[in-house]
Design a protein around this ligand. Sequence first.
Ligand code: TLP
Length: 346
Amino acid sequence: MIDLRSDTVTKPTPAMRRAMAEAEVGDDVYGEDPTINRLQERAAEIFEKEAAIFVPTGSMGNQIAVKLHTRPGSEVVIEERGHIYNYEMAAMSAVSGTLARPVRSVDGTGILNWGEIEAAIHVGSAYYVAPTALVALENSHNLAGGRVYTSARMEEICERAHALKLPVHLDGARIFNASAALGEPVAALARSADSVMFCLSKGLGAPVGSMLLGSRAFIDEARVWRKILGGGMRQAGVLAAAGLIALEESPKLLHEDHANARRLAEGLAEVNGIKIDPERVVTNIVLFDVSETGIAADEICLRLKERNVLASGFGSSIRMVTHYDVSGADIETTLREMQKAVGSRQ
Ligand code: TLP
């Protein structure tokens, strides 16, 4: 099987498995797991933030951030395809009592500018208008086809938001992909955000885990909410050990996934009925519209599955995500199988 459904499917490398077997561990609810502590310190250092906390999932990291930045009855301004809004089980309402205020990017890229965000913000409005409490950004933006915010755009948005006393949370599940695509350090991309979450378990290849970063006071509070949500783990240093390798070793390999994604996009652009602009594929996510094939996206995914290629359908689009378990040869195979899947009338 060539599994392009997501980069979440990556399996731990032999080095990760060895590190997991040998990890020094302790009870992390007491703050006594030396491997987790090392991972947290190292992540904070790389991102140039005061503190970091290891959380089981990206969703938990994001939702803790939403909880801490907002209060019930307030709104979160977010791009309309944002993960926090669309794929986290309405947790922002269930956990924080907040509502998303979705914003569409005028140029269709999914990357917002300040003007688009500002138009959705309510600060100092009439008492019967729900106040904005948070701006949430996503870099790279998953359902916008892995597109990226530059550090300049990030800084402009954060500066303007801060001038209105609004915090900014960055869902950086794939911030290392954004960093590799832009040639900018993750610290530069995250610098102006008040909090950032990134995943060890996607393109970086760790089996489990994400990090939430921010000021020391923010992370101290995050620890309380992690426990409330059931994320206080014990000897989870076995997971952090894999996370440390993911953090140190994997970022330098991501450009290979990006080259594979670009090649995939170029090939797909030549398939009848598939709409994609390969120039817009800058990270490891390839999202393409299949409506003009006359075959539903889910049906195409089923046909691909019969041909040992896995992809995910999102409405009239299909998403393919490259990662280290997908080779250049796999990309060529995928393109051949796609030609057959779309060409055949089953
Ligand atoms: N994304 C998953 C699915 O939920 C769509 C995927 O396969 O891409 N932020 C972003 C931008 C994400 O893409 C994801 C996962 C998360 C947060 C949540 O991470 P987890 O799955 O660890 O809760």
